[in-house]
Design a protein around this ligand. Structure first.
Ligand SMILES: [Mg+2]
Length: 131
């Protein structure tokens, strides 16, 4: 690649970055608008949902270290992250007035329809409960 081609490539790349910045700045909902309609209850639900996502990431990282890095699984850490997940899931269930039992029952009913004859790739792809 010549120096000119390299400069053009860099300029084009920079232009694309600027276009993307503009694109995002035009489409992202402004924080002020979010705050205007957000209630304390919404904030709590968001806190719990963000907590679930964060703790799921921490659990995934603990599993990654065992599977990908071939380190011994850190069971105390896995228990800690599962507990953190349970905390936020319970908080979110409470925020929606749901019980753990009701959520589990719903899941069992859904998967009983999806996998009426046990697990299969076909059943997973077909998702009979969504038909
Ligand atoms: Mg944690």
């Amino acid at each position: 690649m010549t120096t000119l081609e390299s400069k053009l490539s860099t300029a084009k790349k920079r232009l694309n970055e600027l276009d993307f910045e503009y694109f995002v700045s035009r489409l992202a909902k402004p924080g002020e608008d979010i705050l205007e309609s957000m209630t304390a209850d919404d904030a709590h639900k968001l806190h719990m949902a963000v907590g679930i996502a964060g703790e799921a990431g921490e659990l995934l990282d603990a599993i990654k270290k065992g599977v990908i890095y071939n380190k011994p699984f850190d069971e105390p850490n896995i228990i800690e992250e599962l507990g953190d997940l349970e905390f936020y899931m319970e908080g979110l269930r409470q925020a929606f007035g749901l019980t753990r039992e009701a959520v589990i029952q719903h899941n069992v009913e859904k998967l009983s329809i999806r996998y009426e004859h046990g697990y299969s790739d076909t059943a997973a792809q077909t998702r009979a409960d969504k038909a």
